[in-house]
Design a protein around this ligand. Structure first.
Ligand SMILES: NC(=O)c1ccc[n+]([C@@H]2O[C@H](COP(=O)([O-])OP(=O)(O)OC[C@H]3O[C@@H](n4cnc5c(N)ncnc54)[C@H](OP(=O)(O)O)[C@@H]3O)[C@@H](O)[C@H]2O)c1
Length: 314
């Protein structure tokens, strides 16, 4: 699998990564268990995927513990571990403590990519304070690279101003065919500045797999009332899914593989589809290594453009 360097960090990650929020527990449904998640990570490694994403908040640390189990099986140097400090732990001392806890749960000495999960809108901790703490961790060798998540351009600019010896190497944001807000400002800014975009929710929480319909939708707490799965929005999405299925057929690819391939066609964008088991990962790596023809891309783009989902309405 092709690899992409994260910013100027020297850290190279597979063009498709793996999201492990799913390993946090039953939030994602009763069909998730630790052993399957570990097996998904081991299979990912066999298939050339080295980027594994987790966070201290996923299952209150449980996801990091499960990732730690997988690292023991795979080998520390074979994986790029991306984890996150939550938006509630952004004071200087809290960042340090959160990092220590994550290192322990992951069972490693260094975190490859340490991301600020979201900017803090409630406690109003100055971003400068948080970035100084991130830089200290970098100097101490506890993290290999500083990164952010869900940051607007203004947040990235402010964060970078506070860094003296390091830079932000990536911004992890929601990006998929149904949610394209970042195309307005964040994506062009990051592409210009050489900051990688790590795309979360690349399958729009599974709605772009084509396996869900009005008669069959996820029942887990996270998704049962999610905007992508309302009656109205599922109808809106169905036209797009038909196009993805038809275009995919001529390449022997599935609907979800076309949805991920569309993200891979964007410069410096690394999708991290979440997986509950090895079969998800086996399918998701099939998104890489091929391209849509210009005609097919135009057809797909037209279908993507035709879908309008209001973020706040069902
Ligand atoms: N930074 C942030 O704020 C943030 C926010 C959200 C997520 N994330 C990260 O991004 C990762 C990915 O996002 P996400 O998990 O929210 O959404 P996603 O990747 O769009 O969807 C994941 C879900 O799609 C289904 N799926 C995945 N691959 C499949 C396949 N090949 N065939 C059929 N179904 C498949 C699985 O659920 P079912 O089988 O149950 O349908 C899986 O749980 C997360 O794991 C997490 O690491 C970060």
């Amino acid at each position: 699998m092709e690899q992409i360097e994260l910013g100027g960090s020297g850290i190279k990650v597979s063009q498709v990564g793996l999201g492990m929020w799913q390993a946090g527990g039953p939030e994602w449904g009763e069909d998730v268990n630790d052993d399957d998640c570990v097996a998904a990570m081991v299979r990912a490694h066999e298939l050339g995927v080295n980027l594994i994403d987790t966070a201290e908040v996923y299952g209150d640390g449980h996801s990091e513990e499960v990732v730690g189990r997988a690292i023991k099986e795979i080998g520390r140097d074979e994986v790029v571990i991306a984890t996150k400090v939550s938006g509630g732990h952004l004071r200087y001392g809290d960042v340090q403590k959160a990092c220590e806890r994550s290192l322990k749960r992951l069972g490693v000495d260094v975190i490859d990519l340490y991301q600020i999960h979201w900017p803090d809108p409630w406690q109003q901790v100055p971003l400068e304070e948080t970035m100084k703490a991130m830089e200290k961790l970098h100097k101490q060798g506890k993290i290999r690279a500083v990164a952010v998540s869900n940051f607007a351009v203004r947040d990235m600019v402010e964060a970078r101003e506070a860094l003296s010896d390091t830079d932000i190497v990536s911004n992890q944001v929601q990006y998929n065919m149904l949610h394209r807000e970042i195309e307005k400002q964040v994506l062009p800014f990051c592409q210009k500045e050489g900051i990688a975009i790590i795309a979360w929710g690349p399958l729009a929480e599974g709605s772009l797999t084509g396996k869900y319909g009005e008669e069959h939708r996820p029942q887990d707490p996270l998704r049962k009332d999610h905007r992508f799965f309302t009656d109205k929005n599922m109808k809106t999405i169905s036209g797009l899914l038909s196009v993805l299925e038809a275009v995919g057929k001529s390449h022997g690819k599935t609907t979800s593989q076309v949805a991920l391939n569309w993200l891979l066609s964007k410069e410096n964008v690394i999708p991290i589809p979440g997986a509950k088991r090895p079969s998800h990962m086996e399918s998701n790596v099939g998104a890489a290594g091929w391209s849509l023809s210009p005609d097919e891309m135009s057809r797909v783009e037209a279908a993507v453009d035709a879908v309008r989902i209001d973020p706040f309405r069902t």
